[in-house]
Design a protein around this ligand. Structure first.
Ligand SMILES: [Zn+2]
Length: 104
């Protein structure tokens, strides 16, 4: 496998390169893997549960609003996790050229 920019064969997996960097290297921040989104799924579930509780207790409209908000929130969280997983997958697949140094 060779670099698309300079045709050097001195390429390495980005994940391995990153792991081999010393802790104080500024490149550790530059080439760091994507950060995991905070898991707040239980809070969205709590909102849905609260919405259902409102509906049961007679505040149907408020309950619907709260439950819908919780559902929308859960969908947003889910999309965030999927984005994280796909960017982590491409980070794992990425290679770095040690000659130019380009990412590809
Ligand atoms: Zn290169």
């Amino acid at each position: 496998m060779e670099c698309k920019a300079c045709s050097s064969t001195n390429v390495q997996r980005l994940s391995l390169y990153w792991q081999s960097l010393p802790a104080e290297s500024p490149l550790r921040v530059k080439y760091a893997p994507p950060s995991q989104p905070e898991a707040k799924g239980w809070m969205a579930l709590l909102a849905i549960g609260a919405g259902i509780a409102f509906m049961v207790s007679g505040a149907v409209l408020l309950g619907l609003l709260v439950a819908a908000g919780g559902l929308g929130w859960a969908a947003l969280l889910h999309a965030g996790v999927q984005r994280y997983e796909s960017s982590l997958a491409s980070w794992n697949e990425a290679r770095i050229c040690l000659a130019c140094p380009g990412l590809f």
